[in-house]
Design a protein around this ligand. Sequence first.
Ligand code: SAM
Ligand code: F3S
Length: 485
Amino acid sequence: MAQKLYIKTFGCQMNEYDSAKMADVLAAADGMQTTADPAEADVIVFNTCSVREKAQEKVFHDLGRVKHLKQARPGLLIGVGGCVASQEGAAIVARAPYVDVVFGPQTLHRLPALLEARRRTGKAQVDISFPEIEKFDRLPPAQRVGVSAFVSIMEGCSKYCSFCVVPYTRGEEVSRPFEDVLTEVAELALSGAKEVTLLGQNVNAYRGHVGGAGGDDARESADFALLLEYVAEIPGIERIRYTTSHPKDFTQRLIDAYGSIPKLASHVHLPLQSGSDRVLAGMKRGYTTLEYKSIIRRLRAVRPDISISSDFIVGFPGETQSDFEATMKLVGELGFDDSFSFLYSPRPGTPAAELADATPLPVKKERLALLQAQIEAQAGAVSHAMIGSAQQVLVEGAAKKYSGELCGRSSNNRTVNFAGPPELIGRMVEVQITAALAHTLRGEYRVPPSGGECRVPPPVGENRVPPPVGECRVPPPAGECRLVE
Ligand code: SAM
Ligand code: F3S
């Protein structure tokens, strides 16, 4: 019988992607199948995050909760991967000796070998090295491909913002070769993906070698705008998203791409962090609010309906009331859509963790609540403004809350629920928005007009014309059968 794998993922989309790759690697090497129940697992993996909070403590707490399973299943192996593993390394095994393997984000492809070595030697295995891009060369193709797929185009970060642990846990920026990315996207498209989200800490710092991964130093490199152009040409790909981009690398070429590539979704997630230039300098973000505003102005000039979301940190050391007010003012001025905001969390080993911080926690929490209320109000206004509009929705599957309905996402990243036949899953369809709820929209599927695809073959003898052969791909929802003029 196939062995079972249970993975618990903490943190960002990058970690979600890495967890899927861990499952792929173990399925390809050992035929392992995933399970949602840790009690029936042969291997348990925690894919950890250390960007905020006392992540280390959370991991040890969760590890303690599965430790007893080893008594019931003596062959059970426990692994810790991700950023906490990368930071703590062998210290994890020293503190929790029942942990069998520790591996970092860059060595997840070595998981089968690490588990095998643990079984063979009886000794815990730790590998948190940064073998650059080797990981991508060793990963098998994805097991399950949905309508919307993720593709990692680069690893790590070289920006060293003063508050952030990522450059230390994931290493410096390394881009995947250009052709490798295109091949992976083409394979995903052949397996049914219609949308790709290109992933990286700073995707717009992408510099992928063109002409294979050989040793030729004179090779050219492609920037992110060029990559987008090529991805858009891949047959089957209908929509392109990416996350996260950085204001410092947001070139005019990337802005122009919004004018020339209609497949680029009308949504950009562009972390600002603070609306105060003084705080931005302390964060070592490498841009001013004026520069940030200029990017947004130019983006809106080429794509007027573009939705902009962002990340904010509240309570960075030394943030004054007027710094915070500058953030609130800019949030309103730039009309940000749904965004993330966090309380500053000192990260061991980062420069900002050494800074004096006189602001009391209750004051920081109050500021965070004000910012979140403002962002929520603005996101609600964007949703309400969409009522009555026709949106291109990529149908992802059955709606979670509404039985018998479908759900998909609009170009500006809203979840839209609507009634429609299951045959629409995997297709880009037009949906008229009818209502805006707290976090989702409701809509009505619009059957394409004549010459379109959704005609029910009429009963024989009635004065209706059947569609040309091959055109009737999707029947319309019950009761919507229309006479062809
Ligand atoms: N690459 C992205 C960028 O351009 O900023 C950010 C990636 S980071 C992993 C995701 C978000 O976590 C950041 O944008 C920041 O808002 C937040 N973050 C990172 N370190 C943090 C800290 N020490 N305390 C609070 N939030 C933090
Ligand atoms: Fe972190 Fe700044 Fe990089 S937030 S991921 S060091 S861009």
